[in-house]
Design a protein around this ligand. Structure first.
Ligand SMILES: Nc1ncnc2c1ncn2[C@@H]1O[C@H](COP(=O)(O)OP(=O)(O)OP(=O)(O)O)[C@@H](O)[C@H]1O
Length: 536
């Protein structure tokens, strides 16, 4: 072979090599760009959904299972991401080959192309029907699998109760039932989709047969060559395969968007209380707050139970610096007053105000800075003790943190841990005892230094010794500075020292006065007190 021949051979080879390399580079960049775009899409959607969930109204939490929300955050958005990625990669490829195949067909034989395109609407109609069927089924599957995840997460969260009641088998059965339902629905979906795709393939083969028949007729008429019909049949098969692929991709996309509809709804849902920081409502300077709290003609029923009115027309005025204790039977509305003050819920009528400002007109961040809470069963985060204390004041110095922990009677037990303040707590602070958890919770409130303190039965879950230590910490918290304090008390020993005791019954104030005055009155409080004294 001469040099000139070799040159002639090399030229096209070089061109081909160039083509292959550019194809590889192009394919790398397009798949990378697609991965970047879908990853970013997933990240943003997750952030938007997470934020919407964090900011949604508390009553929505009363009605939903947190496990479902976690499922949606990971599973549903994940499958949407995959579907979008597949739709783009396969969809673009499919659409391109349909377009180029159609042009080729039309140029090869306009009559054959027209005949073929007449059949397309029938296929599109069938694909639409499948979409409708799949949509209904995928809704059902989503509901059932969210239920299953909800059950599992509820059980994990309440593992001590489950273990204490030996309820593992019952929980397994409950989860298993839901999972069985999911499997049945998925099988039904596989049957529907499988049936459709088999019918689709049958249709495709029938169309190919028809084209062969019609093509044969055109050959006999001299309008088409035998070679032409062979390449048309090949092209038609490519076209049909692309259409089938697109219908699969679009069904997947429909399914994923359907199961994510509620995510978009949640993202667009405007909460009643906008907790986003910045200029929403009045900002009361924390230092200038006097601490007067007034409930005026409050009418309230929980949104999840609108028919049961907890308060019909409730009035209570708490003076700045006053320590009041709310007492009364279980279910009389004590905790609800705290929830209204923190604006977890809005009153239906009347108002709750702070220094004369309706809490609805206050910036929620400002409100939470002013009103500090120590709850009955404080929940800590699964991070370090230090970070948990700093939850009250993220920029607190180490000295401030230690001082707060000392005031909360927590410093000594923290120092006994090998890692001290850096000790990692389990989920919800599970590695601490109830009393230790409460002292950390008191410490974080001391750091926050609120003007109004809400103590929700803070000592009710403790034994006598722990109660004494926690009570001592609470006393320090109440006396570090004079602040309005509302104690939601179950144990009347906690309430006895308050300036004013407010006795509630079914959402109404039945008695008010100091401990001594109420004992002398010999009414509801005295009765409650005697019952508790004899029980202790
Ligand atoms: N999230 C809620 N959704 C619907 N109803 C609720 C909710 N929380 C409380 N309730 C109802 O509101 C009423 C008042 O409850 P609340 O918790 O305020 O009573 P409480 O006096 O604090 O009781 P306890 O001393 O047992 O904590 C009760 O009938 C209760 O069932």
């Amino acid at each position: 072979m001469g040099t000139a021949d070799l040159q002639t051979l090399m030229n096209p080879l070089r061109q081909l090599l160039g083509l292959f390399v550019s194809q590889a580079v192009l394919s790398f960049f397009s798949s990378f760009a697609l991965a970047v775009a879908t990853t970013e899409f997933g990240r943003r959607l997750r952030m938007m959904y997470y934020e919407a969930s964090l900011r949604k109204d508390i009553e929505k939490y009363d009605e939903s299972r947190t496990g479902e929300m976690t499922h949606q955050l990971s599973q549903d958005i994940g499958s949407l991401q995959t579907a979008v990625r597949t739709a783009f990669s396969r969809g673009v490829e499919g659409v391109t080959s349909i377009l180029s195949g159609s042009v080729y067909l039309y140029m090869a034989s306009p009559k054959l192309a027209t005949a073929m395109f007449c059949i397309l609407p029938v296929m599109a109609g069938a694909a639409h029907l499948l979409g409708v069927l799949l949509r209904g089924l995928s809704d059902e599957i989503r509901r059932a699998s969210n239920n299953a995840t909800g059950i599992a997460s509820e059980t994990f969260g309440a593992i001590h109760t489950v273990r204490a009641f030996g309820a593992e088998d019952r929980e397994l059965e409950r989860y298993g039932k839901e999972l069985q339902h999911v499997s049945e629905l998925k099988l039904l979906m596989a049957l529907t989709a499988g049936g459709f795709y088999s019918a689709l393939h049958l249709g495709i083969n029938l169309i190919t047969l028809l084209i062969c028949g019609f093509g044969g007729h055109l050959v006999s008429q001299g309008e088409l060559t035998r070679g032409g019909i062979a390449s048309i049949v090949t092209q038609v098969q490519i076209l049909e395969r692309s259409m089938a692929r697109i219908s699969v991709v679009s069904a997947q996309l429909v399914k994923a968007f359907r199961s994510s509809e509620h995510i978009f709804d949640a993202v667009h849902d405007q909460p009643r209380v906008n907790t986003a920081a910045g200029g929403l409502g009045l900002l009361l300077p924390v230092d200038a707050v006097k601490g007067r709290v007034s409930f005026s003609n409050v009418r309230f029923a929980y949104p999840s139970r609108p028919d049961v009115e907890v308060f019909e027309s409730f009035n209570l005025d708490i003076k700045p610096g006053q320590v009041i204790a709310l007492v009364g039977a279980s279910g009389s509305g004590k905790s609800t007053l705290g929830a209204l003050l923190k604006r977890f819920y809005d009153v239906q009528d009347g108002s709750v105000s702070l220094d004369g400002v309706d809490v609805r007109n206050l910036d929620p961040q400002s409100l939470h800075e002013i009103v500090g809470v120590v709850s009955q069963e404080p929940v800590l985060m699964g991070t370090s003790i230090l970070e948990n204390l700093r939850y009250g004041k993220p920029d607190a110095t180490m000295d401030e943190v230690v001082a707060a922990a000392m005031a909360a009677n927590a410093h000594d037990f923290i120092e006994e841990f090998p890692d001290g303040y850096h000790t990692q707590l389990g989920e919800r602070g599970a590695l601490l005892s109830g009393g230790q958890r409460q002292r950390i919770a008191i410490g974080r409130v001391i750091l926050r230094d609120p003007s109004i303190l809400l103590l929700d039965e803070a000592t009710s879950a403790l034994d006598n010794e722990s109660e004494r230590i926690v009570q001592e910490a609470l006393d320090k918290l109440m006396h570090i500075k004079k602040r309005t304090t509302i104690i939601i008390a179950h144990r009347l020993t906690t309430a006895a020292a308050a300036d004013l005791l407010v006795v509630l019954d079914k959402g109404k104030i039945v008695e008010m006065g100091t401990h001594q005055e109420l004992l002398a009155l010999n009414g509801a409080y005295a009765k409650l007190y005697r019952v508790q004294q004899s029980a202790e």
